[in-house]
Design a binder for this molecule. Structure first.
Ligand SMILES: Nc1ncnc2c1ncn2[C@@H]1O[C@H](COP(=O)(O)OP(=O)(O)O)[C@@H](O)[C@H]1O
Ligand SMILES: CC(=O)OP(=O)(O)O
Ligand SMILES: [Mg+2]
Length: 401
């Protein structure tokens, strides 16, 4: 049994999973939220042999990532499984920005940490937290290898035409301004799982993967490689998200800076934290938005329509880039659970060979499934993502290499 601990540390949260990689099953998972706030929350879940999941949660106060790690270790000690009897042989870390430097999972060394730190200029919201998580984990697990798995890595196969911004070339090069793309671990995992579901080698398929979680991105996958993706230099570009605007005319920022007195930090907060469906409707959570929309709340109706409109635009754009689409694949929290978003995103595309079957789309079935009609030229699938398992697998590959 190869046990790997996977750590996904965000700016204010720590998500973790202890996995038996061969079985592909979590032995435990957890989430510590609102790190640094006065009252945080910790949840620790332990799947039971019966198939049920035992869940322990409580309010906690965690000042920083070190304290969050202590909290996680305490949860294992209290609720199991014991890390003494099932010790991880490695720790895999999600790191968001690997720049043009990291396109493979990488064993963490002092130099790698310096590089991750240095790449923080290209991901100020994500990399510092990722690094804090790595440092805390190294202190907690000093004797096992730590491996960084980069969200941007899968997109390093994009051609220059897809990753280049049309701005002054010298300035862009000096400051490494280009599109990097994110959610790559998920896009890679889901494109392979979709190929398996379709019974075809991924090398023969052209797919559009829609990862719709709190953050959301689309990816055009040709023959197993990312050829275009909607997130850019940072995870702000592209689709409408829970709190992020996605694509916007850059002149809007100039206008707001000149007319509304916003400085760089205020603009950053506006676009990353106060926009998206939250900014439009007051709801960052798609479930809340859909409930308010169902009650006819006008702002929620518009927010949903803007979200779906943007998605449809990217599906069309990537179909044009790919030239042929074998499957459109929905994944992550919204993509896996919202039949309404899936139907709205693909509405009116039957002329184009995309036909969603309403009954299949709204069926409560879990797991990888087809939601298109049998006549649909392009298959439409729902494929659950599992970023933690993919990180654990890549971690083991490096450790065993
Ligand atoms: N049943 C559901 N219907 C609609 N949206 C859902 C449902 N379940 C979860 N979601 C949405 O999924 C999103 C979170 O997705 P997730 O992939 O867990 O995000 P992240 O990993 O980025 O935090 C939230 O907006 C939540 O509302
Ligand atoms: C990169 C990114 O947007 O990640 P998340 O969806 O976890 O916010
Ligand atoms: Mg996620």
């Amino acid at each position: 049994m190869s046990i790997v601990l996977v750590v996904n540390s965000g700016s204010s949260s720590l998500k973790y999973q202890l996995l038996d990689v061969e079985a592909g099953e979590p032995l435990a998972s957890g989430l510590i939220e609102r790190i640094g706030a006065e009252s945080g929350r910790a949840t620790h879940s332990v799947p039971q042999p019966s198939g049920e999941v035992e869940k322990f949660s409580g309010d906690v106060e965690v000042a920083d990532h070190d304290a969050a790690f202590e909290r996680m270790l305490a949860a294992f000690a209290e609720h199991g499984p014991s890390l003494e009897s099932s010790p991880p042989i490695a720790v895999g870390h999600r790191v968001v920005q690997g720049g043009a430097r990291f396109f493979e999972p990488t064993v963490v060394t002092e130099l790698v940490k310096i590089n991750i730190d240095e790449l923080s200029v290209l991901a100020p919201l994500h990399n510092p937290a990722n690094l804090a998580g790595i440092r805390a984990a190294e202190r907690a697990f000093p004797d096992v290898p730590h491996v960084a798995v980069f969200d941007s890595a899968f997109h390093q196969t994009m051609p220059p035409a897809a990753y280049t911004y049309a701005i002054d070339r010298a300035l862009a090069e000096k400051h490494r301004v280009r599109r990097y793309g994110f959610h790559g671990t998920s896009h890679r995992f889901v494109s392979r799982a979709a190929a398996e579901f379709l019974g075809s080698p991924v090398e023969e398929l052209r797919l559009i993967v829609l990862h719709l979680g709190n953050g959301a991105s689309a990816c055009a996958v040709a023959e197993g490689r990312s050829v275009d993706t909607s997130m850019g230099m940072t995870p702000l570009e592209g689709l409408v998200m829970g709190t992020r605007s996605g694509d916007i005319d850059p002149a809007v920022l100039l206008h707001l800076q000149r007319r509304a007195g916003l400085d760089a930090d205020a603009t950053d907060r506006l676009l990353n934290s106060r926009s998206g469906i939250l900014g439009l409707s007051g709801h960052a959570d798609m479930r809340d938005l859909e409930a308010a929309r169902a009650e006819g709340d006008p702002a929620s109706v518009v927010a949903f329509d803007v979200y779906a409109h943007r998605l449809r635009s990217y599906v069309g754009a990537y179909a044009a880039q790919l030239g042929r689409v074998d499957a459109i694949v929905f994944t992550a929290g919204v993509g896996e659970n919202s039949a309404g978003v899936r139907a709205a995103a693909l509405e009116g595309l039957d002329w184009f060979g995309v036909e969603v079957d309403e009954e299949r789309n709204t069926s409560p079935e879990r797991g990888a499934r087809r939601i298109s009609t049998d006549a649909s030229r392009t298959a439409v699938l729902v494929v659950p993502t599992n970023e933690e398992l993919e990180i654990a697998r890549q971690t083991l590959e490096v450790v065993h290499a």
